[in-house]
Design a protein around this ligand. Sequence first.
Ligand code: IMP
Length: 181
Amino acid sequence: MCLIDDLESVLLTDDQIQDKLREVARRIEADYAGRDVLLIGVLKGAIMVMADLARHLEMPVSIDFMAVSSYGAGTTSSGVVRIMKDLDRDIAGKHVLLVEDIVDSGLTINWLLRNLRSRQPASLDVFALLRKPEALKVDVPVRYLGFDIPSEFVVGYGLDYAERYRNLRCVGVLRPELHAG
Ligand code: IMP
């Protein structure tokens, strides 16, 4: 049984994702010319986008990760966030780019931005690979965006359903019979 057979549809192919990351990497290189950038990824969803974006960037970058848990029922976020793993280093005075897999309600990222801003980085911006329409209702300052996608639960390229499908190269919608919610 092939993992991709569990998808009802493929929203984004590996090629489309990589082309977009290359394009965003060129913008980041131009915007941060002459400055060292710290990429902060949010585990575990951002691992694939972090690995690929970092390798498309032809400039020096540092990488750090945080892990957070959002308390919420099932597949929705409540906005109450707990840090499960904090950054290894202080970010005061650094140019920070937060790398996110997906912005859905926007609650998690807004909480993270408040938390990171209080640590006084020199600058703080967001790259999100995917954004759902709900996120447009709250003020989520996404400077670099991969794709706006429909309000459907998607998996692949780091995104999971019950910890599965993160290792799919594409992003797709799960077949309904495999999706409890
Ligand atoms: P938010 O706080 O509602 O923006 O939710 C953000 C987090 O919820 C993301 O970092 C993901 O971990 C998870 N999430 C939101 N939508 C999806 C989805 O369609 N598939 C998988 N995970 C998702």
